[in-house]
Design a protein around this ligand. Structure first.
Ligand SMILES: [Zn+2]
Length: 283
């Protein structure tokens, strides 16, 4: 913090010491001329300065719920709202309306990160839409025009977020003039999928089909994982040969685009729920 080298106080009212009534004014500290709003309520000859609290302005994103399932798996959606904290209303003045713009961060999740849902490739990744599924806009605005006694308000009309087919951790951003940018993440995922190889160390089957773009390809529901293990064991028992367990689902399920094109075509229209598995032909 800058401290003025010569802190000379200069009271900028006619005569703040002359009255017991409330006097407001400004204290200037030369030479920086910062403005310190104050009130005077002292008796004659004394000065009591009460600094006015700056009202804190804050913008927050609210998502309900903050975990949804990918499109095509379940018709889930989330309500997107803004919580705006501004200067509380005072007699004779109400806070101005705040226009909030919501966007979907086009750079998140980063490919290959733990938020990417198992996709280590770029391209035109779908991140969901506002208002309507798939074709809706990726930016919408809401107005906050009503505030409570503390100066807190929410969108007059909250918005709706529809997830993409692709699982991942998507970032919703809110911006408004004179407010710091706010953001919140929403998880798009099929819950409860577990990795096959954590259930059993495979000796009677092989894990196949891993690629650099979809490395975590052996996730499934607990039931599916149990069935695969039992099936592979029976096959090994009968033929003394291992089968190859190829693609199941990605770590959070959803679209498994084997062509790295964010499309179910060609192939792999299933593999979203953790209930499907490809078996290699060659034992
Ligand atoms: Zn992919």
């Amino acid at each position: 913090m800058l401290v003025p080298s010569v802190p000379a106080f200069e009271v900028q009212t006619d005569d703040p010491f002359s009255s017991e009534s409330l006097v407001t004014g400004e204290v200037l500290i030369n030479p920086l001329f910062f403005n310190y709003p104050w009130q005077h309520a002292g008796e004659n000859g004394s000065l009591t300065i009460t600094f006015e609290e700056e009202c804190s302005k804050e913008l927050q994103v609210e998502l309900d719920p903050n975990t949804v399932q990918p499109r095509g798996v379940a018709n889930t959606q989330a309500t997107v709202d803004a919580r705006v904290t501004t200067c509380p209303p005072t007699p004779g003045s109400t806070p101005e309306s705040v226009v909030v713009t919501f966007t979907i961060d086009p750079n998140e999740p980063v490919q290959g990160s733990e938020d990417a849902g198992g996709h280590s490739h770029n391209g035109n990744r779908p991140r969901g839409n506002f208002t309507v599924p798939k074709t809706g806009p990726t930016a919408v605005m809401c107005t906050v025009s009503t505030f409570d006694a503390q100066g807190v308000g929410t969108c007059d009309e909250p918005k709706t977020y529809f997830p993409p087919e692709v699982s991942g951790n998507v970032k919703i951003v809110a911006e408004a003039k004179d407010f710091d940018k706010a953001e919140k993440r929403i998880n798009v995922q099929v819950p409860g999928l577990i990795p096959l190889e954590e259930v059993i160390i495979p000796t009677f089957f092989r894990l196949t089909g891993r690629t650099s773009t979809h490395f975590d390809n052996h996730y499934g529901t607990e039931n599916t994982v149990d069935k695969i293990v039992a099936m592979a064991f029976d096959y090994f028992d009968l033929h003394n040969e291992t089968i190859g367990i190829n693609d199941m689902s990605l770590i959070w399920g959803g679209l498994f685009d084997i062509r790295n094109n964010w499309s179910a075509k060609p192939g792999h229209s299933r593999h979203r729920l953790g209930k499907s598995v490809d078996i290699d032909r060659c034992a």
